[in-house]
Design a protein around this ligand. Structure first.
Ligand SMILES: [Zn+2]
Length: 527
């Protein structure tokens, strides 16, 4: 609670430029600001000793030495001078900081704005062991560059590293041209298309195919929100006609079959275009099966489950208390019990590759916009702070996954897909010093009273489990230790993500094989 209060002070202060006076204000507010010297060493040299260093490819007991924000060495018995901060990690796991591939900070949604901006959302993330996220830029009136400019402004106070995906909300020549500028000049290598939200963001199959073609030519990854928007619209009408206006109507109006249909259609259109595809927030067993089938056939499809889909079920939407029920409203909906376990199994088997959150936090007052009509409840749940703990507990503590695989699904695979590995997603000499120390014998408890996001509710209220992130190091600074956040607005960097990641390797040869397999055009003679 104390930390929450302090954070709200920072948010307030951070609106002004960060001059010396602001620095003093941080000290006065009790926020430890490294360079200002209010109680903390300004050393950026850190030695982590005796821990089990876990990477996606191996785990080994070793020391990790950090200097100037990067990992300088990983080996046994590193000797250092007195000016180095030493952290003893004996009996604990030293792992790459989490990378959340799917967040919405400071986003405008249904005439309101998410309660977490870049700074507060990132501070919460750091307290939960996530050290980088990739947020979705929303175009302004269809303009990608105007959207990017707006998000650059939103991200000015960042306290951890971040990257951007770009959302495509309509299609024309300008959009197509701007996509190229985003990739070649602005470090964006992924674009999201909506198969849902009829009349707003939804694009039809013709335009989706255009988008896929453009993405492929740029070496950018196409992402889809997969729900059949026409059918969802029909389902919503049906519920309202039946007099079902509460949050349960949200679930009933968009069943898993509509998610599976769009997932399957998106996958087939991507196959037709021979381009890699990334399916965001896979929420149902049905959609997961479509991905499994495509991957078995050799297609390059990435499936991203999110924490809410992995550990929650839809029972909350039937809660008689509107505030409780409404907090679970997101799309695609959190499914009935059983889907969660199926998604966990798919994650452990490698059918699904990495875990996001779709963090989009809203207060109960904002959720109440839809008190008489579930269609007006702004969609979104929290998760940026809880992801690392919940995935550890659900997957590793339960015995479904090794620590190495945990690192892969929470960090490394995201870095590989978006082409920033091994700068991110690894603890190797030369990698960015984004590191967490997790104590497998300590436990965590989640509650809105003690969380760091700005929302007054938490969809994981009351969750407890084993495995606690005790230290977070971001960019070579200790930002979370002893239950205390020490974050600096403006210290986070924008991470440019280059095109043609590993998913594009060999596509040209596959295309050449396709062309030579056609046995056409047939040379005909006139008889
Ligand atoms: Zn989202």
């Amino acid at each position: 609670m104390v930390i929450r209060l302090l954070l709200s002070v920072i948010v307030y202060i951070s609106a002004s430029a960060l001059g010396t006076s602001a620095t003093n204000q941080f000290c006065e507010a009790g926020i430890k600001y490294e360079e200002s010297g209010c109680g903390l060493s300004s050393s950026s040299k850190i030695l982590i000793t005796g821990g089990t260093v876990v990477n996606a490819h191996q785990q080994v007991i070793a020391d990790v030495y950090i200097e100037e924000g990067v990992v300088a060495a990983v080996k046994s018995n590193i000797k250092v001078d007195d000016d180095v901060i030493v952290l003893d990690a004996t009996g604990k796991f030293v792992m790459p900081g989490g990378i959340d591939p799917h967040t919405h900070l400071g986003m405008d949604v249904l005439n309101t704005t998410t309660v977490d901006d870049f700074f507060t959302g990132q501070a919460a993330a750091l307290a939960g062991g996530t050290t980088m996220h990739i947020d979705f830029v929303i175009p302004v009136n269809g303009s990608l560059s105007a959207g990017l400019k707006a998000y650059q402004k939103k991200a000015e106070d960042s306290c951890m590293d971040y990257g951007f995906h770009m959302v495509i909300t309509k299609w024309n020549e300008d959009v197509s041209r701007e996509m190229e500028i985003m990739v070649k000049e602005n470090g964006i290598n992924s674009f999201k298309f909506f198969m849902a939200y009829k009349g707003a963001l939804m694009i039809n199959d013709e335009l989706l195919l255009e988008g896929f073609k453009k993405c492929k030519s740029l070496g950018a990854l196409a992402m889809i929100h997969a729900e059949n928007g026409d059918a969802v619209f029909e389902g919503q009408k049906r519920m309202i006609e039946l007099g079902i206006t509460g949050p349960e109507g949200h679930d009933l109006s968009r069943p898993a079959v509509l998610e599976a249909e769009a997932t399957g259609r998106g996958i087939r259109l991507a196959s037709f275009s021979n381009t890699p595809l990334y399916v965001v927030h896979v929420m149902s067993r049905d959609a997961m099966e479509e991905i499994a089938k495509a991957r078995r056939s050799g297609q390059r499809v990435i499936g991203e489950p999110i924490v809410s889909g992995l550990v929650l079920n839809n029972s909350g939407l039937w809660d008689p208390d509107f505030t409780t029920a409404a907090k679970f409203v997101m799309s695609p909906p959190i499914r009935a019990a059983g889907h969660d376990k199926a998604l966990q199994a798919a994650l452990s088997a490698g059918v699904l590759q990495l875990v996001g959150t779709d963090h989009c936090s809203l207060n109960s007052t904002q959720k109440a916009f839809g008190i008489n009509d579930f269609r007006k409840i702004p969609n979104g749940v929290n998760g940026i702070e809880e992801r690392m703990h919940l995935v550890w507990d659900a997957m590793v503590e339960s015995g479904q996954m090794s620590p190495s695989d945990y690192v892969r699904v929470t960090s490394t695979e995201c870095a590989r897909i978006f082409n920033i590995y091994p700068k991110k997603g690894a603890i190797l000499a030369g990698s960015d010093a984004d590191i967490i120390i997790l104590n497998p014998n300590s436990s965590f408890k989640i509650t809105a009273k003690s969380h760091h996001t700005n929302s007054d509710t938490n969809v994981y209220e009351g969750f407890t489990g084993k495995g606690k992130v005790e230290v977070t190091i971001a960019g070579g600074r200790i930002v979370w230790a002893n239950g205390e956040l020490k974050v600096v607005p403006g210290s986070g960097k924008y991470i440019r993500m280059p095109p043609f990641g590993y998913l594009f390797d060999g596509l040209d040869r596959a295309d050449a094989n396709y062309l030579s397999s056609l046995r056409a055009p047939v040379k005909r003679f006139k008889s």
